[in-house]
Design a protein around this ligand. Sequence first.
Ligand SMILES: [Zn+2]
Length: 276
Amino acid sequence: MLELPEAVTIARQMDQELKSKRIAAIVRGSSPHKFAFYTRPGAAYQWILKGSTLGDSREHGNAILTAVGADHYLVLGGGGERIIFHPNAETLPKKHQLLLQFEDDTYLTVTVSGWGNIMLLQPSELAGHPHVGERRISPISDAYTFAHFQGLFADLKVEDKRSVKYFAISGPGIWGVGNGCLQDILFRAKIHPRRRALDLNAQERQALHAAAREMLTEAAALGGRDCERDLYNQPGGYQRILHSKMVGEPCPECQTPIEKMRYLGGASYFCPACQV
Ligand SMILES: [Zn+2]
């Protein structure tokens, strides 16, 4: 699943590679996929996209917004989309849910695995959209200070029982972070995913804030995580610390075997000794 480091990477690459390209032809849903989320009927994708020129691309949490024509965004990301640029037709995949052919005979394809967004939205539709929502402060920007992060805890009522995992990926969430990046963020912060968010002391909150910024900044700079692909179908350079193959393997810090638990709709990997 694409998260912030991959959205940053792919948006940067799309901005460089695709800006000013004009769309000559489009194919939508050549391979039907129940969980590819479109926002308009197929005919509308044709008339909005065909003949339009791509503008700026930028990340928006775990999504990528690309300006299309004068008044739409193509919104990709946030799910299991593979977004690939093809310099010619030789590498086109058999199955895809969106194909854009540009006038210079280069291509962009989007193939969904699991579920994914291939949305066309007008700017006014963005803010209230359940998958993308309003623009928030990026955790890798300078504006994401510790004071801002503290403020997120201050919004919780004293009896609030939400865990750190829920706090970090759902409510309020660290923008663009999902269950993937969360594993290494909690490992670096030495915090167990089940800890009650409000029970974190000042030092632990500081550690969580710093770990999130460091992990995300590093992964974005390295072209995303090693389990995901960039616009050129290359794996990211960020080597994950905790993932499925680490279960039972020694913790890189203390040698205790790494454990797995299912928690809040997804696996959590953690060191039972380091993360308390
Ligand atoms: Zn450990």
